[in-house]
Design a protein around this ligand. Structure first.
Ligand code: SAH
Length: 252
């Protein structure tokens, strides 16, 4: 077994974690969880006596120190990230340091919040004839984004877009998106997808900012944009009787 398991905890609902993720938490002597977003109920999977650290109060150096000391004493570590750790998880820098220190690790994926949001909205991101592309991004803020990746640039594709970490700047987000999408483009904001306090706001590029401000939503929300939220689309060829593929002949 690897010395450190990075675990995607899912979007909030403690049942939206993988079996493998639960097993890694059950097996852990030491748990480091991202306390700002991971549902504390996930910690109920920990065995009695496991040592628990909240990384929200720690630096990268302190997190690594806990991992290194634990590994040296033969202890199993579970490092719990919200959603899936590959999306804004700051996991790469941890993996690279562990690699240099010859500490073995494994990554257990999780259900990202953008997937939980689609489920709550009961919408499909990739509708035929509407968009076949999903762009996951965030607004430029205290941390810049690389050239060519501003919201205004990305908006020009007209694709389905999921915007993380940006709801506090909703007005600016909509102004930037207006460089590509029409003002009547549908927008949904999903606050705490899969949590009991989940909220869904629906509107357009033109009016969503006002609704979000009225509800006082300023964190833990995703902004979802595009025609996939509308009602017009073509039926899928996958189940079309006029269309054959590897698993099914065209019906007559
Ligand atoms: N790795 C996480 C994202 C971490 S970045 C994932 O895969 O979901 C943190 C941002 O994710 C938040 O600012 C918010 O935009 C989004 N987020 C995380 N959990 C959420 C949830 N349950 N509902 C809506 N947005 C969420």
């Amino acid at each position: 077994m690897a010395q450190v398991a990075f675990v995607g905890a899912g979007p909030g609902d403690p049942e939206l974690i993988t079996l493998k993720g639960v097993r890694a938490i059950q097996a852990a002597d030491v748990i480091i969880y991202a306390g700002s977003l991971v549902n504390p109920e996930i910690l109920a999977y920990a065995r009695e006596g496991a040592k628990i650290y909240n990384s929200a109060e720690m630096t990268l150096e302190q997190v690594i120190e806990v991992m290194e000391e634990s590994a040296a004493r033969g202890k199993q570590v579970a490092r719990i990230h919200t959603g899936d750790p590959s999306i804004y998880g700051a996991i790469q820098e941890q993996m690279d340091i562990l690699g240099r220190k010859n500490i073995s690790y494994t990554v257990i994926p999780g259900v990202s919040s953008f997937l939980a949001a689609a489920a709550s909205l009961r919408r499909e991101y990739t509708l035929p004839g509407v968009s076949q592309t999903v762009i996951l991004t965030r607004m430029e803020g205290r941390t810049p984004v690389p050239p060519g990746e501003t919201l205004g640039e990305l908006a020009k594709h007209g694709a389905t877009m999921g915007i993380f970490l940006s709801v506090q700047d909703i007005e600016r987000v909509m102004a930037e998106l207006g460089r590509g999408y029409a003002p009547e483009t549908p927008v949904a904001v999903v606050y705490k997808a899969s949590w009991p306090e989940e909220k869904i706001l629906k509107g357009t590029l033109a009016d969503i900012a006002e609704k979000v401000e009225r509800e006082g939503i300023s964190k833990t929300a995703l902004i979802l944009v595009g025609g996939f939220l509308g009602s017009e689309y073509e039926r899928s060829r996958l189940y079309d009787p006029e269309f054959s593929h590897g698993y099914r002949e065209k019906s007559r």
